[in-house]
Design a protein around this ligand. Structure first.
Ligand code: FUL
Length: 478
C-alpha cells in the first residue's frame, strides 16, 4: 500500500461478497511469494540427459562437493521466496531414502538424504520448501499397475510427513499418458484420465499439508501457464475452467487443453492462478555444454515483467551442477537479475504525490477478505454496484516515470476488467498504459512520462486496488 493510497483506503466492509471465485488462504500466501526456484537434480545431472531411462545405476549419483547452503544462499540472494526440489524425476531415482524402493540416494556414493539437506537449508535461510514428485516412473516395475499408484502415494506421504512444512506439491503433466511413453526402454502405457486417481492423492496432501498448494495443468490450486518459456498471456486471469484436450475427455493432470492456461478465463469457474515455469538454461538439468547459454539478467527481468507483472508467479529453474552447487555463471545471472529488479523498484514516486482524489470513497470491511485472507488488508474499492471510477494523483512538481505497478485486492477476487493509466501532458490527458487484467500484480513498462497529474481509471464492479506505484527505472533502455 502506498502512503498516497492509504489516505483513501478505509477498512472496507462490503455488504455483499464479490463475484466468485476468490482465493483460499493457501493460495493468497502463494500469490505473495511471486518468485521462487526449481531445482532439477538427479542421475540426469551425471548422465547428461533430460529424461533418464530408469535403468541408471544408483552409483552414477555422485556430487563431488554438494552444498545445500550454497544452493539456498544463491536462491535467497536472487530474491526467491522458496525452492521446489525434484525429489523424483521421470527416471524414478529418489533423492531421499524412501522405504518404497531401493532405487534411492542411500544406495549412491553420496549416500545422504538430499531432500533433508535442502529442506533444512531452506528453513534455516527462511525460504519455503516444495516437492516435485514425478507421477511417471520409468524405473519402477509396478508402474502401469494399481500397485504403483499406492507406491506413489506412499512416497508422497513420506515427503509430506518427514520434512516440515511444504508450500507446493508439483505434479508434472508429463505423466506417462499419450505422447510420453516411448523411451528406449519404456513401452508401458497408462490412461492419464483414470490411472492415478488424483482426487484421492490430493486428499492426502490436504490432510498432511493443508497449507500446501497443489500444482498441475488441471490445478486444483495452481495451474500450469501452458508453456515452459516463463511468460503468461495478456490478459492473464487467475480464474480458470480447465477442459479436456478434446470433446468428451474430462480434464486431468497431463490431459488438458493446456493452451488455455496462458490467458485463463475471465469468468472461469475456479480460482486457479497461473505459474510460469522456465529454466535459466535451455535444459532443466545441468549440462556442461550449456554453461554459456545461461539467460542474462535482462532476459530474466523481462520474464519477471511478463509473469509476475501479469498476475502470475515466476518459477525459475536453477539446476545444481555435478558438484551439487549452483554454477558461477547461473549465480552471476541471478544476482544481476535481483539487482535490476531492486533498482527498477527502488523509489516509489507515488508516495510523493501531494494529493490523491477519487471519484468514489467508502469504508467498511469485507467479510470474504477477512475469512480467506486472515489479515486486515486495506484497499480502495468501487462501490458494489459501480462499475467505473478513478483515482487521481497530483504532484507539486513534475515527476518522470516509466514503470507502473498496480496490485488488485485479490482476496475479494479478480474484479478489475480494465485499467487505464493516463497522464496530463500539456493540457491533454494521454493514455500511457492500459490492460484488461490486473490481479496480484500488474506491471507496465512505458516510454518515460513527465507530468504533475496521473489518473487511474478502473472498470469492473466493486473493483478493489491495494497498491499503486510509479517508478523510474535507471536501467530501462530509452
Ligand atoms: C516437464 C518435464 O518433462 C521436464 O523434464 C521438467 O521436469 C519440466 C518442469 O516439466 O514436463
Amino acid at each position: 500500500m502506498t502512503t498516497a493510497i492509504l489516505t483513501l483506503a478505509m477498512s472496507l466492509t462490503l455488504s455483499q461478497s464479490g463475484p466468485a471465485p476468490i482465493p483460499t488462504k493457501r493460495q493468497l500466501a502463494w500469490h505473495r511469494m511471486e518468485v521462487y526456484g526449481f531445482l532439477h537434480f538427479t542421475t540426469n545431472t551425471f548422465t547428461d540427459r533430460e529424461w533418464g531411462q530408469g535403468d541408471e545405476p544408483e552409483s552414477v549419483f555422485a556430487p563431488t562437493d554438494f552444498s545445500a547452503d550454497q544452493i539456498v544462499d544463491v536462491a535467497k540472494r536472487a530474491g526467491m521466496k522458496g525452492l521446489i526440489l525434484t525429489a523424483k524425476h521421470h527416471d524414478g531415482f529418489c533423492l531421499w531414502p524412501t522405504k518404497t524402493t531401493g532405487h534411492n540416494v542411500s544406495k549412491s556414493p553420496f549416500g545422504k538424504d538430499v531432500v533433508r539437506l535442502v529442506s533444512d537449508a531452506c528453513r534455516k535461510a527462511g525460504l519455503k520448501f516444495g516437492v516435485y514428485l514425478s507421477p511417471w516412473d520409468r524405473h519402477d516395475a509396478r508402474y502401469g499397475r494399481p500397485e504403483y499408484v499406492e507406491t506413489y502415494r506412499a512416497q508422497l506421504k513420506e515427503l509430506l510427513t518427514g520434512y516440515g512444512p511444504i508450500f507446493e506439491v508439483w505434479h508434472d503433466g508429463a505423466n506417462g499418458g499419450d505422447g510420453y511413453y516411448g523411451g528406449a526402454r519404456e513401452t508401458r502405457k497408462i490412461d492419464a484420465s483414470t490411472y492415478y486417481g488424483w482426487p484421492e492423492t490430493w486428499a492426502i496432501v490436504r490432510r498432511l499439508q493443508p497449507d500446501a498448494v497443489i500444482f498441475s495443468d488441471a490445478g486444483p490450486d495452481v495451474r500450469w501457464v501452458g508453456n515452459e518459456s516463463g511468460f503468461a498471456g495478456d490478459p492473464c486471469w487467475a480464474t480458470y475452467t480447465p477442459s479436456g484436450p478434446k470433446e468428451g475427455v474430462a480434464p486431468a493432470p497431463g490431459l488438458t487443453k493446456y493452451q488455455d492456461g496462458e490467458h485463463g478465463h475471465v469468468d472461469g469457474q475456479y480460482w486457479m492462478p497461473a505459474e510460469c515455469d522456465v529454466s535459466i538454461r535451455p535444459g532443466w538439468f545441468w549440462h556442461e555444454k550449456e554453461n554459456d547459454k545461461v539467460k542474462t539478467p535482462q532476459q530474466l527481468k523481462d520474464l519477471y515483467f511478463r509473469s509476475v507483472g501479469r498476475g502470475a508467479s515466476f518459477l525459475l529453474n536453477v539446476p545444481p551442477d555435478r558438484r551439487g552447487r549452483i554454477h558461477p555463471n547461473d549465480e552471476k545471472a541471478l544476482i544481476g537479475f535481483k539487482r535490476l529488479l531492486d533498482e527498477a523498484f527502488a523509489h516509489d514516486l507515488a508516495k510523493t504525490a501531494k494529493t490523491v482524489s477519487a471519484t468514489n470513497v467508502r469504508d467498511g470491511q469485507h467479510s470474504a477478505a477477512k475469512a480467506t485472507d486472515g489479515d486486515t488488508a486495506t484497499f480502495w474499492a468501487l462501490p458494489e454496484r459501480t462499475s467505473k471510477g478513478s483515482l487521481e494523483m497530483r504532484f507539486a512538481k513534475p515527476v518522470a516515470f516509466d514503470t507502473v505497478r498496480i496490485r488488485e485486492a485479490i482476496a475479494l477476487g479478480q474484479r478489475i476488467r480494465r485499467v487505464e493509466v493516463s497522464a496530463l501532458i500539456g493540457s491533454m490527458w494521454r493514455t500511457v498504459a492500459e490492460a484488461e487484467s490486473v490481479g496480484n500484480c500488474r506491471l507496465f513498462q512505458i516510454g518515460p512520462v513527465t507530468t504533475t497529474k496521473v489518473r487511474f481509471t478502473f472498470q469492473g464492479t466493486g473493483a478493489a486496488v491495494s497498491e499503486i506505484g510509479l517508478f523510474l527505472d535507471p536501467n530501462k533502455a530509452p
